[in-house]
Design a protein. Structure first.
Length: 154
C-alpha cells in the first residue's frame, strides 16, 4: 500500500484538488487498491470546511469526482502513517519541516518536483485561477505516477 498525503495551507483548494485528481488517475489505471490518498493543511484556519467552490466547480467541469472531504490539519501521527507527504509550494514545505521535526524519514516532497520543476502551485484562494492550479496539479500527479512506476512502487 502506497500512502500519499497532499498538503496545502488550508486544505480546501489545492491539496483536496490533488487528492481528487490522483485518486481519479489511479482509479482509471486500475491500481487504486494499491493506494491510500488523503489531504490535510498546515494551518487551522479552515478546519472542518468543505472544499472551496472553485475546486468543486473545476472538478465537475473536468469530470473528476469530488470525494467527501473536510479540512483537517496534519499531525505527527500522519507523518508516521504516510509514505509521501507532498506540499504545494515552498511556504508549505517550510511549515511542514517545522511541524514534522525536519522530516527525519525523508517523506516530504513538493508536488511539481515530480515533473522536474521547482515551481510552486499558485494558491487559487488568492489568484482565483483554478484552471492554472488544476493544470499544475495534473502535471505534478502525472509526474508522481511516473516516479512511482520508475522506482518499482507500482
Amino acid at each position: 500500500m502506497i500512502k500519499i498525503l497532499f498538503i496545502c495551507h488550508g486544505n480546501i483548494c489545492r491539496s483536496p484538488m490533488a487528492q481528487f485528481v490522483l485518486q481519479d488517475m489511479v482509479n482509471k489505471l486500475g491500481i487504486a487498491e494499491h493506494f491510500t490518498i488523503d489531504s490535510k493543511a498546515t494551518s487551522t484556519e479552515e478546519i472542518g470546511n468543505p472544499p472551496h467552490r472553485g475546486t468543486v466547480n473545476k472538478m465537475r467541469e473536468v469530470g473528476i469526482p469530488v470525494l467527501p472531504h473536510r479540512a483537517a490539519q496534519i499531525t505527527w501521527s500522519d507523518y508516521l502513517n504516510f509514505d509521501y507527504i507532498i506540499g504545494m509550494d515552498t511556504w508549505n514545505m517550510r511549515n511542514l519541516n517545522k511541524m514534522l521535526k525536519n522530516d527525519p524519514d525523508k517523506k516530504l516532497y513538493k508536488l511539481l518536483t515530480f515533473s522536474n520543476s521547482d515551481r510552486d502551485i499558485a494558491d487559487p484562494w488568492y489568484t482565483g485561477n483554478f484552471d492554472e492550479t488544476y493544470d499544475d496539479v495534473v502535471e505534478g500527479c502525472e509526474g508522481l505516477i511516473k516516479y512511482l512506476k520508475r522506482n518499482g512502487k507500482i
